[in-house]
Design a protein around this ligand. Structure first.
Ligand code: ATP
Length: 384
């Protein structure tokens, strides 16, 4: 599950059947993390991603020692640390709200983890300078957090984590309080920092752009359970199931209820208001009466008028709703012809900017089905 050919690498962090249950006020039980097992290799950047409440933060907190797992073990560098206090573990955590000391200067904020560990003064000064320079906040050392921008405060929080040179970094949505532009800038800086420092990192976010750009591997969670562990390109191109397919990708993948028929040696997906011939690679058993969902990403549609020799067997006649110009392309909200009045039939087609499609008109779309997926409607498994 965690990827092949990785066995020869050193495991830095192992989550072994970690379960965390909380008792609610009414006596009920919430299973926040449900039997999560994961090996993180030395130097890897792992991003935990999933919808709100899926258990990402709780998973991270069990690694930090801020929560005790109900069952299971946390192993860091081969040592079972499950019973250890947070400060006994060789980890540093960066939080969403920075958690800086408001009355201390930047210098003292960064120095603090070294001061409480009684590092010599000279070494503290040197390490603080080096860390601040690396993060581009060398000029700010005598300021207080309230005199810094959000991005600068986040750099100070990063500095405080890095300065101690811990074996493992834990990040809990560290960029979510920054505005969109700064978030992207800090994302790039985190990437650069990881290339330089190369420390094993576990990073929690609900922002899939962060997950895709920062990670060596993505862990997609839902309802406390791991849905898929794979490199970012892989979760995008080969989602394990309907949940991952719908969660990764923006705008999200479109799903169509279909049955699959074999006709003259070709598989055809028959939906409400359309028929699409499928590539051989999507060969699935057609006899079992399985109900399928066909998944097609918005970018796999094109305005047929812009395609030479558009294949009628891979075309769909639609009614165009809202047209959103996005610069290089346009996002069309469309419904199959015959289902114009059904809001549930609406899906998104991302077509070239050159399209003449306008709201209220009919349009023929061509569908590139080579990247399409078929999901078992009962189990959600990706069958392709
Ligand atoms: P978000 O992105 O919203 O922070 P998350 O994926 O990090 O969500 P968690 O914070 O790990 O999710 O929460 C997982 C589940 O556990 C949720 O249903 C949450 O309500 C519950 N939970 C978390 N902490 C506690 C607690 N201390 N007591 C009771 N329930 C909790």
């Amino acid at each position: 599950e965690n990827g092949a050919a990785a066995d020869d690498r050193r495991v830095s962090l192992r989550l072994d059947g970690v379960t965390k249950e909380f008792t609610e006020d009414d006596g009920g039980t919430v299973v926040a993390v449900d039997d999560v097992s994961l090996d993180v290799y030395d130097g890897e950047f792992i991003v935990l991603v999933g919808p709100s409440g899926c258990g990402k933060t709780t998973t991270l907190r069990t690694v930090a020692g801020l929560e005790q797992p109900t069952r299971g073990r946390i192993v860091i560098d081969g040592e079972d640390v499950s019973g250890q206090e947070p400060r006994e573990r060789d980890v540093a955590m960066v939080f969403q709200n920075y958690a800086l000391y408001p009355h201390k200067t930047v210098r003292d904020n960064i120095a603090f983890p070294l001061q409480i560990r009684k590092f010599p003064k000279g070494e503290i000064a040197e390490r603080v300078e080096d860390t601040a320079t690396m993060l581009g906040i060398g000029e700010l050392l005598d300021r207080r957090p309230s005199d810094l921008s959000g991005g600068q405060q986040q750099r100070v929080a990063l500095g405080r984590a890095i300065v101690r040179d811990p074996g493992l970094f834990l990040f809990d949505e560290p960029l979510s309080n920054l505005d969109a532009k700064l978030r992207i800038q800090m994302r790039t800086e985190l990437n650069r920092l990881h290339s330089r420092v190369g420390k094993t990192s576990l990073y929690v976010t609900h922002d899939q752009a962060e997950a895709m750009t920062l990670s060596d591997r993505v862990v997609v969670m839902n309802d406390g359970e791991i849905q898929q562990v794979a490199p970012p390109e892989e979760v995008y191109a080969n989602p394990a199931n309907r949940f991952v397919a719908g969660f990764i990708g923006e705008p999200p993948m479109n799903f169509f209820d279909v049955r699959v028929e074999a006709r003259d040696g070709t598989l055809v997906a028959v939906g409400d208001g359309f028929e699409l011939s499928l590539p051989e690679a999507l060969a699935v058993p057609t006899d079992a009466g399985t109900d399928f969902e066909l998944g097609v990403r918005p970018e796999d549609f094109e305005d047929a008028a812009l395609v030479d020799d558009a294949d009628p067997a891979r075309s769909m006649a639609v009614h165009v709703g809202v047209v959103e110009p996005m610069g290089p392309h346009k996002d069309l909200a469309v419904r199959p012809v015959g289902r114009e009045d059904d809001p549930d039939a609406e899906f998104t087609a991302r077509v070239s900017n050159a399209t003449g499609a306008t709201e209220g008109e009919r349009l023929t779309l061509v569908v590139d089905t080579t990247n399409a997926h078929l999901f078992d409607r009962a189990t959600g498994d990706n069958l392709t």
